[in-house]
Design a protein around this ligand. Structure first.
Ligand SMILES: [Zn+2]
Ligand SMILES: [Zn+2]
Length: 568
């Protein structure tokens, strides 16, 4: 999708302009980048309709740049800035303490372009001589380089959330603590997160701080204070804890949950009503009118409560003012998981163990969908093995009372859009999941054609991990998502929100687009072990970020209704 690329280039331009102290234009480009980031329509379509300048914050000048990017893949202005400052911005920005101004200084004075250059110059003590640097800063930089290398990117939500929950539980268990909440992007269920932020109310802050910094998970104490402490966990992730009064806890929750963009909007609304909003409450003159609960603040501003997952300034503020927020899908709504692997293919647990895991989650039904023939690395099953497994499932269904096991398979879509299991066999299955596992770089037209062909097969019920992305490893494949969404809607193929922490595919904004095309969804775990069945909360979080409601998600239906919602 071009939107992401356009937004990225606009943001990079803003970075360069920041080096040039051109703050007026920095603001304009950042605003434009945000507008493009949250679009649910293809920017190309908007361009073709000549409506670029109708978008908020996009004037004639920036519209021209966007046009260039759409047509040539880049903008001359951007290329010139890159030439002027040939530095690896992304890499250097990953080092704590390095902003655009310092990066400019380092480049102009010492020719530093990347992490390696930076390390070399710091070790030669060339950096301390620069204006405004000194030996302390040089030493700190050297330490921070190590971390930038190790944790070059943000952390996956699915990796950090269990850790955050563990910390929350431990603090909750202390007799001195009252309320404990994880805030920040974890609470918003963003797919990658920076650090862990915890808020607490307590009559004895000192005890909580003492406990917090002495947890066995802590690698290093960065700051220990009376109401705020920061540590680096042994995993390398930073964790902050802050104590607030019960009376202002809601305001603090809202403030530290973010997003920054939504907080800005909320402050604007407060001001327009003659009030002031901060982490200490909503104030009229000196008087606090709300602050104890988040709900109170929203209501005092005459808007509905906005669930954390929607707080991205993507239209939720307006919707909350009009009383038009969606009633979001909940984890408890999910009645069955339709994408599971056992050790018949590349899963870790036995078929029976996977089913028991599903019973434990309270599901009404579950589908076993092993990899098939052509996926050799995943120990794919041939037709005979699939039929053998079907008989095993019949036996288990007779034995178990609290769940229905559906027969399925995760078939591969080959380079021409054909499946690696014959239709006669697929007809015997309850649920067929189809996926692209190879040739993802085939190219826009061929790959789109291939997926469309598979969806047109009347045996294919679900398109799994539709864009093939892997966070921090592989970008979304280049496909025509509009066409895929249209064909999914026409053929009644369900689109998967895959809950694997690395995939989360469809991602939030694509969920929203798919729903706007009238598509129906399923949220699956693609679990390869019993434990991974718990990932469902990540998929549901992603669907919520994409504004999905219960009615949009077919595996919220009871078994009968679910089977009816599948193709014949
Ligand atoms: Zn797969
Ligand atoms: Zn799978």
């Amino acid at each position: 999708m071009l939107n992401e690329k356009v937004a990225k280039i606009l943001n990079s331009i803003a970075d360069y302009l920041e080096m040039e102290d051109d703050f007026f234009r920095v603001k304009a480009y950042r605003q434009a980048a945000h507008t493009v980031e949250v679009l649910t329509t293809d920017i190309e379509t908007i361009h073709q309709e000549g409506k670029l300048i109708k978008l908020p914050g996009i004037g004639q000048h920036i519209a021209g740049k966007i046009e260039e990017i759409i047509e040539k893949g880049t903008a001359d202005f951007y290329e010139k800035l890159k030439e002027k400052y040939p530095v690896n911005f992304e890499e250097l920005r990953g080092v704590e303490g390095l902003g655009p101004k310092t990066i400019k200084l380092l480049y102009q004075e010492l020719g530093i372009k990347n992490l390696d250059d930076l390390e070399r110059e710091a070790k030669r003590h060339h950096i301390r001589r620069l204006k405004g640097m000194g030996d302390k800063k040089e030493k700190a930089l050297l330490e921070n380089i190590v971390f930038a290398r190790k944790f070059r990117s943000r952390n996956l939500l699915g990796e950090v959330m269990p850790l955050a929950e563990k910390i929350k539980k431990r603090i909750e268990a202390l007799p001195q603590s009252r309320k404990v909440e994880i805030v920040g992007s974890i609470r918003r269920r963003k797919e990658t997160v920076g650090d862990i932020d915890v808020l607490v109310t307590t009559p004895q802050p000192q005890d909580i701080m003492d406990y917090f910094v002495s947890m066995d998970l802590v690698g290093e104490i960065i700051v220990q204070g009376p109401s705020k402490s920061t540590v680096r966990l042994k995993d390398g992730i930073e964790c902050d804890i802050r104590v607030f009064d019960e009376e202002v806890f809601g305001a603090a929750l809202m403030y530290f949950t973010g997003s920054k963009e939504m907080n800005v909007e909320m402050r604007k609304i407060s001001i327009s009503r003659g009030m002031k909003l901060s982490e200490y409450g909503l104030f009229k003159k000196e008087k606090r009118v709300a602050g104890k609960k988040e709900e109170d603040i929203f209501h005092a501003l005459e808007m509905d409560y906005i669930p954390p997952e929607l707080r991205e300034n993507r239209g939720e503020v307006e919707a909350a003012q009009k009383g038009e927020l969606p009633l979001l899908l909940k984890v408890e709504d999910i009645k069955g998981d339709l994408h599971l692997h056992s050790n018949w293919s590349d899963g870790k647990n036995t078929l029976e163990e996977m089913v028991l895991g599903a019973i434990f989650k309270g599901y009404e039904y579950v589908a076993i969908t092993e990899h098939t023939g052509s996926l050799k690395i995943a120990n794919g099953l041939g037709e005979e093995k699939l039929m053998q497994q079907a008989r095993e499932i019949d036996r288990l269904n007779d034995e178990l009372e609290n769940i229905t096991i559906l027969k399925g398979a995760e078939v591969n879509i080959d380079l021409d859009g054909r499946l690696d299991i014959r239709d006669e066999v697929l007809q015997e299955m309850d649920v067929v999941v189809a996926a692209v596992h190879s040739g993802l770089n085939q190219g826009y037209f061929d790959l789109t054609r291939r997926i469309v062909t598979a969806m047109e097969n009347e045996n294919v019920d679900i398109l799994a991990h539709p864009t093939g992305r892997k966070l921090q490893k592989r970008k979304e494949s280049e496909v025509n998502l509009n066409q895929i969404f249209d064909v999914a809607q026409e053929t009644g193929t369900l689109l998967e929100v895959n809950s694997n922490p690395v995939r989360l595919d469809l991602r939030d904004m694509n969920v929203k687009r798919a729903l706007e095309h009238g598509c129906k969804l399923v949220v699956n775990t693609d679990a390869h072990s019993q434990n991974q069945l718990n990932n469902i909360q990540l998929g549901v979080g992603t669907a919520r970020r994409g504004w999905a409601q219960k009615k949009d998600v077919v595996n919220t239906l009871p078994l009968k209704g679910f089977l009816k919602a599948l193709k014949d």
